[in-house]
Design a protein around this ligand. Structure first.
Ligand code: AMP
Length: 115
């Protein structure tokens, strides 16, 4: 048994993952069940459970996640735009308790989540 998250196990090479980006703070893998032609997860190596658990020590990490997302979107050819999603907690629909950004692109996002 392990209490490591699925994402920590992928980062540590214990489970397979398709990596599209790695640096010292974050990695990015393709989502197993893509909801768009491009669906990439940007994951900090540090296993922060969710956005609700970020603290002042994570300010640089949070910025690095966003910067990585921007770089990856460019690398994936999403010059026409994309959507970033951070599902947070049970009401946010989060299923993996390890902070991650979803990059969704390659199609027009027709589902409007905010008015
Ligand atoms: P969330 O529901 O926001 O917590 O997102 C978790 C995401 O992780 C979902 O989109 C899943 O499809 C994805 N996922 C779960 N297991 C894996 C895996 N082993 N490799 C890649 N993506 C995964």
């Amino acid at each position: 048994m392990t209490d490591k998250t699925i994402f920590s196990r992928i980062i540590d090479g214990e489970l397979p993952g398709t990596f599209v980006y790695q640096d010292d703070v974050v990695v990015a893998i393709r989502d197993l069940k893509p909801a768009a032609p491009v669906h990439v997860l940007v994951i900090p190596r540090k296993p922060i459970p969710s956005l609700q658990h970020l603290d002042e020590n994570d300010v640089e990490l949070a910025g690095r996640m966003l910067l990585a997302a921007s770089r990856i979107a460019e690398q994936e050819g999403l010059e026409d735009g994309y959507r970033l999603i951070v599902n947070t907690g049970p009401n946010g629909g989060q299923t993996v308790p390890h902070l991650h950004l979803h990059i969704l692109g390659g199609r027009k996002m027709t589902e409007r989540m905010v008015p």
